[in-house]
Design a protein. Structure first.
Length: 355
């Protein structure tokens, strides 16, 4: 297994330009190697990937998505912001202010919880923005996916070849979650039932215990109480279950929120979701046996996303770092955060925490 890759994309604006300076975000990825692995023959019949690729260590976070909105959605032509992010007490995380043309976006609470209320098209536009270097408005319609006529529903296109960031297909997502080349001992490959490297139903205690996940096993993970409250935020920070990663080092592929995948990549009006989420009491929702599809326009409190890539994205060069420092003097400070749950943004980048 190769080590983790921390992929940093930094946007540098010319100091002489009147255009706003967007803050760069960091997105951590792991390498999924062992190409040519067999499908899972335990019933799913997926998981074989004939190449090495990379996938997000964590789900895309509220903070990362807020930075995206701040960069491209002053007018929000494509309805990238869903009001549930402010009104749904179970997952709320972003507040919008101002009027169309000058919208602003602020993080509510922790920026390191996973984003929800995102449709497949929202996730595709975030992928385009990342693939295009995190620029401003106009960077969301091509890149990973070619979106025509401002499309926000209907048939999802296939990913474009060579995209730096895109959504994983179902086998890529599945392999990263459940496969291990040493499942049955050194060199004996196989698939776990849960993305916590276990065939046993996970617990749900936040912290450093093994085989834990955010779901309701009779009690909610966040509160450890069976009582539901409409005002309680039930999301955990990404990577909060620090000893419950997959073989390749991904976190929260079982529990917290479902994540979009591109199924087999063929254009379709539905896309896949996998992984389970914070609410249900059925642990099978978290397991490798659970798979479902949603309309491409679906957006609710149970679904987020993580990104994948088959293309090497280099670390920023020394010259890029120098230019980033100069841009910081102009008012846009960029800081890379390390460790589980790092969103790569903070309040000094124009995304204010409301506590």
């Amino acid at each position: 297994m190769l080590g983790r890759l921390s992929v940093g994309i930094f946007v540098v604006a010319c100091l002489a330009s009147a255009a706003p300076l967007w803050a760069g975000i960091s997105y951590d990825m792991v390498t999924v190697d062992n190409p040519g692995n067999a499908d899972d023959t335990g019933g799913s019949s997926i998981g074989s990937v004939g190449y090495s690729y990379r996938i997000g260590t964590y789900d895309v976070t509220i903070g990362q998505y807020a930075a995206f909105l701040s960069a491209v959605a002053a007018t929000d032509t494509y309805s990238l912001y869903n009001s549930g992010l402010d009104t749904d007490g179970n997952v709320k995380g972003i507040q919008r202010g101002g009027a169309s043309g000058s919208y602003t976006y602020s993080v509510i609470g922790s920026a390191n919880r996973p984003i929800t209320y995102v449709s497949w098209f929202d996730a595709a536009r975030f992928s385009n923005w990342m693939s295009n270097g995190q620029g401003g408005a106009g960077t969301t319609e091509t890149g990973a996916y070619t979106l025509v006529g401002g499309q926000t529903s209907g048939t999802a296109p296939a990913a474009n070849a060579g995209a730096a960031f895109r959504l994983p297909n179902q086998s890529e997502w599945y392999k990263a979650a459940f496969y291990s080349p040493n499942y049955g001992g050194t060199g004996v490959a196989g698939y776990y039932a849960y993305a916590t490297q276990s065939d046993t139903v996970p617990g749900n205690l936040i912290g450093s215990g093994a085989n834990q996940a955010n779901y309701n096993n009779g009690s909610y993970s966040v509160t450890q109480s069976p009582t539901y409250s409409s005002s309680q935020n039930y999301l955990t920070e990404v990577g909060a279950f620090t000893a419950s990663g997959s073989f390749y080092g991904t976190f929260d592929q079982s529990g917290n929120v479902f994540q979009w995948n591109d199924l087999n990549g063929v254009p379709s009006s539905t896309r896949g979701v996998r992984g389970g989420y914070w609410f249900p009491g059925d642990p099978d929702d978290l397991s490798s046996s659970n798979s479902s599809t949603r309309s491409t326009s679906y957006a609710n409190s149970d679904v987020g996303f993580r990104l994948a890539s088959s293309v090497l994205v280099p670390e920023p060069s020394t010259s890029a770092m120098v230019l980033t420092g100069l841009a910081g003097l102009a008012g846009s400070m960029i800081r890379r955060r390390r460790g589980p749950g790092a969103s790569g943004i903070d309040s000094r980048r124009g995304v204010e925490s409301l506590g």
